[in-house]
Design a binder for this molecule. Structure first.
Ligand SMILES: [Mg+2]
Length: 224
């Protein structure tokens, strides 16, 4: 009798491990690698032109649709969250890049502090919908802390509701993947389960800590 009980327990334990392995391997976030030649694929003028094409729109819309479908599987669950990047994911900086094809931080700081970047409607709609459905919305951005007030002002100007804004420490030059994955871990350590992580760079997504990852198109620039 004792042996049967132990065998049953062992079987349950094995099935649990198999289920866990399947769920982990099914997560696209575990397969994301940052392309080494990503910078070669981007160019300000060509990227801006691409962002006006139907191919860009199709790619963008599919990512948003997939994000929403994943969220729909978790409706009613407690402490679920979406993590989103800001630049070229929610905030549209194309007007800045049209004026400044060569990127310099001092020009970008002025642009951020003007707080006039429009939002990308499809992402804004997804986040507003999800928040009404009970998802917490956390932003993780590569923008430095010194741009916090300008960034918040821009989000407020666009009527964006959210629950947390994680920014790069001033002067921190660590790789984006490392900074962003550490913040996602922090969010999960708070007790939230990140259901979707959405961004326009592979470095927004690599490193785990999300059930689903959605990559938006961006051929203007590449952040390793
Ligand atoms: Mg971005």
């Amino acid at each position: 009798m004792r042996t049967i009980y132990d065998t049953k327990q062992l079987l349950i334990a094995c099935l649990s491990v198999i289920t866990f392995i399947q769920s982990v391997s099914a997560c696209p976030c575990n397969d994301i690698t940052i392309p080494k030649d990503g910078a070669k694929e981007t160019n300000t003028a060509k990227g801006l032109a691409y962002s006006r094409t139907s191919a860009y729109k199709k790619e963008f819309d599919k990512a948003i649709k997939d994000a929403r479908s994943t969220c729909q599987k978790h409706l009613g669950e407690r402490k679920v969250a979406i993590v989103s990047d800001l630049d070229e994911t929610l905030l549209d900086n194309r007007r800045f890049f049209e004026k400044h094809p060569e990127f310099h931080w001092k020009d970008f700081d002025v642009w951020v502090n003007d707080a006039k970047a429009p939002s990308l409607k499809k992402t804004a709609d997804l986040l507003a919908w999800a928040r009404k459905k009970g998802f917490a919305i956390f932003f993780i951005t590569g923008r430095m802390e010194l741009l916090r007030s300008g960034t918040i002002a821009n989000l407020v100007n666009n009527g964006i509701a959210y629950d947390g804004l994680y920014m790069r420490t001033d002067g921190d030059k660590s790789p984006a993947e490392k900074v962003k994955a550490a913040y996602r871990k922090k969010i999960e350590d708070l007790g939230f389960k990140i259901i979707v992580n959405i961004g326009d760079q592979y470095s927004d997504l690599a490193g785990g800590f999300s059930e689903d990852c959605e990559k938006l198109p961006n051929k203007i620039y590449f952040i390793p």
